[in-house]
Design a protein around this ligand. Structure first.
Ligand code: PAF
Length: 284
């Protein structure tokens, strides 16, 4: 039987009406925040959310406040029809799709300021505007939808830490759940930005995952952290990528580490391949 398309809400009153319907009989509600351009990684979040909650809301909003003027806000892929087809197939219940005026009404003047994991000297070093924009929009999404749980991919590992901290710090009453990164067969982490890669770049991109795996193996075999990271970094730059960072951090606190004793460790990488900036991470 063909699936029913999810309801779509574009204004706050419409969202409230839809949420009242979804919450009938005390149903639990999950939120999967996205910027659209949905891929299998997003759909795996929807499926995980369906296992944990009765109803699943997916937000689609390309959030201008998390892009610097030099970044790809204008070019960010917008694939509404295919997003809705995927969400219909997955059985999502509601799509929250506000426009920028609904999210940021005229005179908007309030932002969430992030510290702690947002100042870990990883993404924030290269995208200083980013976590303020993410925290503000996710804080608003949480108060608009009021979900019981919210699901985020581990690919944006620092983002996951930031929103987890924010939800706790300002008592949003939402349990933030992180989900394993989905990968292509050659190891490249799924990302909406992968569509920017040329065929040659796409063939090169899995080097990030390979370098992290090699480094993790060396660390587990007892290699020195700095030496293992230097080896991984050399693999990445030899493939022609411009490295922003390749680091080992404590996976709970994101604190810098000197040895495996400072773990559990997480390897985190960000690099530019042509014009496309890729990020990824794995547990050691
Ligand atoms: O990870 C994303 O797609 C975005 O940063 C998010 C969490 C939807 C906020 O705009």
């Amino acid at each position: 039987m063909p699936r029913r398309a999810p309801q779509i809400a574009r204004t706050l009153p419409a969202l409230r009406r839809s949420m009242e319907g979804l919450r009938a009989r005390k149903a639990t509600v999950a939120l999967v925040p996205t910027m659209g351009a949905l891929h299998d990684g997003h759909i795996s979040l929807v499926r995980l959310a369906q296992r944990r909650c009765d109803k699943v809301v997916v937000s689609i909003f390309v959030n201008p406040t998390q892009f610097a003027p030099t970044e790809d806000f204008g070019a960010y892929p917008r694939t509404w029809k295919s997003d809705i087809a995927k969400l219909t197939e997955a059985g999502a219940d509601l799509v929250w799709n506000p426009d920028a005026k609904v999210m940021y009404p005229d005179g908007f003047a309030t932002r969430i300021v992030t510290e702690g994991p947002a100042t870990a000297d990883l993404e924030d070093r290269f995208r200083p505007h980013f976590f303020g924009g993410v925290a503000t929009v996710v804080g608003k999404l949480f108060t608009q939808v009021r979900p019981d749980m919210a699901f985020f991919g581990e690919k944006d590992f620092q983002q996951l830490k930031v929103v987890t901290r924010m939800a706790r710090d300002i008592d949003l009453g939402v349990k933030v759940v992180g989900a394993t990164t989905l990968r292509e067969r050659d190891g490249l982490a799924m990302s909406s930005r992968n569509v920017y890669l040329s065929a040659d770049e796409r063939a090169t991109a899995p080097v990030l995952y390979r370098a992290m795996k090699e480094t993790a193996k060396r660390l587990k075999a007892g290699d020195d952290v700095a030496a293992a990271l230097a080896g991984g970094a050399a693999t990445i730059t030899a493939a022609g990528l411009a490295l922003d960072y390749f680091e080992a951090r404590n996976s709970e606190t994101l604190a810098k580490v000197k040895s495996m004793k400072d773990g559990p460790l997480r390897l985190l990488v960000a690099a530019k391949l042509g014009k496309t900036r890729l990020i990824d991470n794995i547990a050691v």
